[in-house]
Design a protein around this ligand. Structure first.
Ligand code: ZN
Length: 114
C-alpha cells in the first residue's frame, strides 16, 4: 500500500518550505525537510538529483506548477529558472485554476491552433 497511499498527500507545505530556502545551504534544508517526511522522495520532485534532471518548472498533479530546483557547486539550493513567473506559463486546460508557486497564472487558457 505504502507508496500509492501517500500519493494523495498534500505536499504544498513541503514545496513552499523548499522554495523559501533558495540560496541556503542544502544540507541543513534537506535535513529539516526530511525530518517532516516519511520518505525523502517528494523533495526530489522539485530538487533535481542530477544535472540532466533539472527543469525550469515541475508540474505536480493537474495544475500546480513549481520552480525546478537544484543544488549548485557551493551546495546551495537554487532555482533552475529564477526569472520564471506565474505570467510566463500557459494554462493547459480551461477548467482548472493553474498556479505557479501558489500564484495564479496571469494568462488565460487559449484554444490550440489547428
Ligand atoms: Zn482543467
Amino acid at each position: 500500500m505504502g507508496r500509492r497511499a501517500r500519493r494523495g498527500l498534500d505536499y504544498t507545505p513541503l514545496f513552499r518550505f523548499l522554495l523559501g530556502k533558495v540560496g541556503e545551504d542544502w544540507d541543513g534544508v534537506r535535513d529539516e525537510a526530511a525530518a517532516r517526511l516519511d520518505s525523502p522522495d517528494p523533495i526530489h520532485w522539485l530538487v533535481a538529483r542530477q544535472p540532466h534532471e533539472r527543469s525550469d518548472y515541475v508540474r505536480i498533479g493537474e495544475a500546480s506548477y513549481y520552480s525546478g530546483l537544484y543544488v549548485d557547486d557551493e551546495n546551495r539550493l537554487r532555482a533552475v529558472a529564477p526569472e520564471l513567473g506565474a505570467d510566463d506559463l500557459e494554462p493547459s486546460c480551461p477548467c482548472c485554476t493553474h498556479t505557479f508557486n501558489g500564484v495564479r497564472f496571469g494568462r488565460k487558457y487559449r484554444e490550440p491552433e489547428r
